[in-house]
Ligand binder design. Structure first.
Ligand code: C2E
Ligand code: CA
Ligand code: CA
Length: 818
């Protein structure tokens, strides 16, 4: 049944009906009983009245009259039967047996009458009759339509006058059967009115209950129902003044609706303001909802997407795959994309496509399945990633691949060459005279030169070749599938393009380059070896002014160990593997230490402590010497500051390399280091070999002069091994020279060495330069040099080069202490 009202009314009226029926039945029974009792009482009193009348006749001995009266009473209104029964049950006043006995008792025939035939009266129920004979007024109710009263007739004292022969106190029984016609009619009418009242009551109460129900239950319930059905409108507010359960339901409903609205508003706000596109679609792919971002991202006006298939947002082949994919997923429950992120392509309304990242998931609303896609336009991300990747792998100045991209390309090319049994060539190119440009014209010019050269090289080579900038003015060129002759030809071509004049502004510049060539697999089978050997070949080309040189293992003094060391040396400074040892210089006149020379060592993790002869030449070949010298300078200055604070005031001498003398900015760097370490320029001495100066005397002189102007002291190291003359030295701002230890050490055995030493001392003194002798290993030598007028000595006899702290110990207990 659909209506709650009808249901409630039916239930209530059924209950009411049952109650009324029960009450009716009870009332009817009570009333019926009451009427019946009344009838019985009436019958009893009737019987007594009739008996009283009869007794008068009997006392007067009027038997015949009694008989007549009794007979006349038959059929009287309401009386069915009236009879006097003797104790034996026979009708009295019929035969003459009693009359005879009375006459006998009286002794004469006092009474006289005619006999009458007996009526055939209905015999009373035996039980009732016997009870009446016991003296009780008994009832015989065997028949529904009559009441029979059995009234005992007692024998009074007057009776004994005639019936004295009979000792029984009872004379007989009066049987009176009355019709119940009237009583039954009363009962019937009572019943009719009773049930009529009951029906009326049911109707009235039912209608009242229904009315009350309607007003106080059905109406609010219907309002509640209407409100719940209109919950989508979100503006239905239920009255909460009801104090009953409905009021509570209404309050809960209002609260629930507020929360629903709040949640929905929140979700809508999130969805509408989301940067990501959010789409829901049903199992057929029909778009069910799409937020603002979807329309913006795909270029559709608001509302145009709802109801259309989501595949329209994808280009082929995604469009085609989409339906098949969903169908397969629905059948098998297996889908790689569901609950995952994937990169796909989207298509805008105008047909253009763009990369998307999509997170796909499913949800159920009731039993209906929906797919939820959250999509993000990753065009910008991709662009940025690509730009970052480019940045990470390219040199910013020339846009050429950098070292790491080159390494990768070399590795790839080696793999390919291995597979296809090809050769490949790797070239390392270093610009000549680039430093001049940089130093004289400034960095801006240097940068422009590098850019122009890079561009020229790019044009000279094929697309498949890789040109990389390794740093500074160093480039590498990877030529896949290239043999020796071709590599040489390409190197020549590159040399030609670098040698062409470069016009920057109105300046005509000339560069040039040296190129080292290595080939896979002849010269090395891995990237590192090939690069190192190309580097070696490049230095050979540079030293011998060859332009380009192919790596030649026989002319390469670098053993494999050297090549390995070269690689490691790059990291040695950063890893703090280099240390300085200090060797004291002793003044021969005072016999006291006045300074130290710092000598570098390499604490190699595998080879142990390594001496400079093993790695300084390597450093000089690769340009690593510049950072190495600066490190030695800085560390020496710091150590001296430490010595000074411990009351050891010593000069410090640092060895320089040929490369330092060619760097026009070197004096500035020295000044900066002095500044940073609070060093006095006058306490710093720089040792330069003759050969270093001779490599480019003009430039070396320039650098030395600037150092000298700063107050830094300068020494010529290893004097005697080179070809410089003392006359030449005179123009140099040096004030000390160190005689090479090979002459000093040979002095005692070889007279010519002694002559050389003596003449160097004399001539140096002539032009005002002090002389230090190296390699003093014995007291004898010490003595001889003192006699020769040498100014200072350095050697194992006094002290070998020692670690920083060991020198402090030595100074404390040696005879040459400060
Ligand atoms: P050097 O400047 O001529 O240094 C003196 C070398 O002679 C040192 O060798 C020293 O240990 C050694 N020596 C000192 N007294 C004696 C002695 O009585 N007998 C013998 N047989 N040798 C003695 P070391 O330390 O091996 O240095 C070798 C060279 O390495 C140095 O020659 C120097 O040219 C170079 N060198 C050392 N440290 C540096 C540095 O920091 N920078 C540069 N550029 N070169 C350095
Ligand atoms: Ca030295
Ligand atoms: Ca020396």
């Amino acid at each position: 049944m659909k209506s709650l009202g009808i249901r409630l009314a039916l239930i209530l009226s059924s209950v009411l009906l049952v109650l009324v029926l029960l009450a009716g039945v009870l009332i009817e029974r009570q009333l019926t009983r009451a009427i019946h009792n009344e009838e019985v009482d009436q019958a009893k009193s009737h019987a007594q009245t009739l008996l009283a009348s009869l007794r008068i006749l009997m006392l007067n001995g009027q038997g015949a009259l009694a008989r007549e009266w009794l007979d006349s009473m038959h059929g009287a209104p309401g009386i069915i039967d009236i009879e006097v029964l003797r104790r034996n049950g026979r009708e009295a006043f019929t035969d003459l047996s009693t009359l005879k006995r009375v006459n006998d008792f009286l002794g004469e025939a006092v009474f006289e009458r005619q006999p009458t035939p007996p009526h055939h009266v209905d015999q009373p129920a035996l039980g009732a009759f016997n009870r009446a004979l016991q003296g009780e007024v008994a009832l015989d109710l065997r028949f529904d339509d009559e009441i029979t009263v059995l009234q005992p007739i007692e024998a009074s004292s007057e009776c004994l006058t005639c019936h004295g022969y009979d000792p029984n106190p009872l004379r007989g029984v009066l049987k009176l059967s009355l019709s119940r016609e009237k009583g039954l009619a009363r009962i019937q009418s009572m019943r009719v009115s009773l049930w009529a009242i009951a029906a009326l009551l049911v109707v009235i109460i039912g209608l009242t209950v229904l009315a009350v129900l309607r007003v106080s239950v059905l109406k609010p319930v219907n309002r509640l129902k209407d409100a719940i059905m209109r919950v989508g409108e979100r503006q239905v507010e239920l009255p909460t003044h009801w104090r009953d359960e409905l009021g509570q339901v209404a309050t809960v409903f209002n609260e629930m609706q507020h929360q629903l609205v709040a949640t929905e508003t929140r979700i809508r706000a999130v969805s509408e303001n989301a940067f990501d596109a959010i789409i829901t679609a049903d199992e057929q792919g029909v778009i069910d909802s799409a937020n603002h971002a979807v329309e913006k991202m795909f270029g559709y006006p608001p509302g145009e997407l709802i109801g259309r298939n989501v595949a329209m947002l994808m280009p082929e082949p995604y469009r085609d795959e989409h339906d098949r994919y969903i169908a397969k997923y629905l059948m098998t429950g297996k889908g790689r994309l569901i609950n995952n992120r994937a990169e796909v392509v989207g298509q805008r309304k105008d047909g253009t496509t763009f990369p998307l990242e999509v997170a796909l998931s499913e949800m159920f609303i009731g039993a209906r399945r929906y797919f939820v896609a959250v999509a993000r336009d990753i065009t910008e991300n991709k662009r940025q990633t690509a730009a970052l990747q480019h940045q990470a792998l390219h040199d910013a100045l020339t846009e050429l691949p950098n070292r790491s991209l080159l390494s990768d390309r070399i590795r790839q090319s080696i793999l390919l060459a291995q597979r296809e049994h090809h050769e490949l060539a790797l070239l390392v190119m270093d610009l000549d005279r680039f430093k001049d440009i940089n130093d004289t014209l400034g960095h801006q010019y240097g940068d422009l030169v590098l850019q122009q050269i890079a561009e020229r090289m790019r044009q000279a080579l094929r697309e498949s070749d890789t040109i990389a900038r390794l740093g500074g003015d160093e480039f590498a060129i990877l030529l896949p599938n290239t043999g020796l002759n071709q590599a040489r030809a390409i190197a020549e071509k590159l040399l030609r393009v670098t040698e062409e004049p470069i016009l920057i502004g109105d300046q005509m510049l000339h560069a040039g380059a040296s190129i080292g060539i290595t080939l896979y697999p002849q010269h090395g089978e891995d990237e590192v070896t090939l690069l190192q050997r190309a580097d070696v070949a490049m230095y050979m080309a540079k030293r011998q002014h060859l332009g380009a040189a192919v790596y030649d293992p026989s002319s390469d003094q670098h053993s494999l160990r050297n090549l390995a060391l070269l690689g490691e040396l790059r990291g040695a400074i950063e890893r703090d593997q280099l240390i300085l040892h200090f060797q004291p210089k002793v003044d021969l006149r005072s016999g006291k230490v006045y300074g130290v020379e710092s000598l570098v060592r390499w604490q190699h993790p595998e080879h142990g402590l390594m001496y400079p002869d093993e790695f300084v030449p390597l450093a000089e070949q690769t340009g690593l010497i510049a950072p190495l010298s600066l490190w030695a300078l800085k560390t020496s200055l710091r150590t001296c500051a430490r010595y000074r604070s411990g009351d050891m005031d010593l000069d410090v001498a640092v060895n320089l390399s040929v490369r330092n003398l060619q760097d026009l900015r070197f004096p500035d760097k020295v000044a900066q280091l002095l500044d940073e370490n609070c060093g006095e320029p006058g306490r710093l001495r720089l040792e330069i070999t003759e050969t270093a100066i001779m490599a480019d005397p003009a430039r070396a002189l320039d650098v030395l002069k600037r150092l000298s102007v700063m107050g830094v002291k300068l020494s010529i190291d290893d004097f005697g091994t080179g070809y410089s003359s003392l006359a030449h030295l005179k123009q140099m701002p040096v004030d000390e020279l160190k005689i090479d230890k090979q002459f000093v050490m040979g002095m005692l055995e070889d007279e010519s060495d002694a002559v050389i030493v003596r003449s160097i001392i004399d001539l140096a003194h002539n032009i005002g330069i002090k002389v230090v002798a190296e390699g003093v290993e014995s007291q004898l030598l010490y003595q001889r040099l003192k006699e020769m007028g040498c100014d200072a000595v350095q050697g194992y006899y006094m002290c070998p080069p020692v670690a920083v702290d060991d020198l402090i110990e030595w100074v404390k207990c040696s005879p040459w202490r400060i």
